[in-house]
Design a protein around this ligand. Structure first.
Ligand SMILES: [Zn+2]
Length: 72
């Protein structure tokens, strides 16, 4: 019974969070996904899939490493 109670409380909480998130996204429209060019290979990839390092953008950690290696 205790488990059931907890379970119900938890799912109710999740619902609250979901509603809050929905409200937030209504107030603030989701940012349109930006496409950025990797500073090393110039490949354009979605911003949230890349890595930012010192205001530079990279498609992968390999290219971040390579770029820093070249700079030396
Ligand atoms: Zn790259």
């Amino acid at each position: 019974m205790g488990y059931r109670f907890l379970n119900k409380t938890w799912s109710a909480r999740v619902k609250d969070v979901e509603q809050l998130e929905r409200k937030k996204s209504q107030e603030q429209p989701r940012k349109i996904q930006q496409v950025k060019a990797c500073a090393y290979c110039k490949t354009h990839i979605p911003e949230d899939e890349g890595i930012y390092q010192d205001k530079q953008f990279f498609c992968s950690y390999q290219h971040l490493d390579s770029y820093l290696e070249h700079k030396k």
